[in-house]
Design a protein around this ligand. Structure first.
Ligand SMILES: [Fe+2]
Ligand SMILES: [Fe+2]
Length: 168
């Protein structure tokens, strides 16, 4: 039996994952506006990933016989100073999401809800990757100090990210 409190917390996480998708989609729009197509592609893949995260939790709530409840999704940030600023925002956002997943895990453990605990393990591991992926790009951008040539090279590299090849 899943508690009402756990269902509410999982519903809140569906919203947080959908907000993440919205935020990355806004970052994609920013990159399209400054003609960094590869960076925009990376964000497009990231948006799709976040939607699969929301869907995983959505399905789990239903499997446990909980009621899915969708809330409004907040308006995401629209403008950034440059590519580094965008990826720093992405990295900070992933750190925030990790904190949320950790809180969910604490709640499941406290309630001795072993099924939810087991389900959340995938997200704990996923967040390690999510933070690392964003941080790697932040570090690269810091190293290149926004030189145009390096930015174009990075953009070419990020153009290769493919959603179908990295689905869980
Ligand atoms: Fe996510
Ligand atoms: Fe994420």
């Amino acid at each position: 039996m899943i508690s009402e409190k756990m269902v509410k917390a999982l519903n809140d996480q569906v919203n947080a994952e959908l907000y993440s998708a919205y935020l990355y989609s806004s970052m994609q729009a920013y990159f399209l506006s400054v003609n960094l197509e590869g960076c925009a592609n990376w964000m497009s893949v990231q948006t799709k990933e976040e939607m699969t995260h929301a869907d995983k939790i959505y399905k789990f709530i239903n499997e446990r016989n909980g009621r899915i409840e969708l809330e409004a999704i907040a308006k995401p940030q629209k403008e950034w100073k440059n590519a580094l600023d965008v990826f720093e925002t992405a990295h900070k956002h992933e750190q925030y999401v990790t904190g949320r997943i950790n809180s969910l895990m604490e709640l499941a453990k406290g309630e001795k809800d072993y099924a939810t605990e087991s389900f959340l393990k995938w997200f704990i591991d996923e967040q390690v990757e999510e933070e690392a992926n964003a941080l790697k790009i932040v570090e690269t951008l810091k190293m290149t100090k926004e030189s145009a040539g390096s930015l174009i090279m990075l953009d070419h590299q990020l153009a290769k990210r493919d959603f179908s090849s990295e689905k869980d």
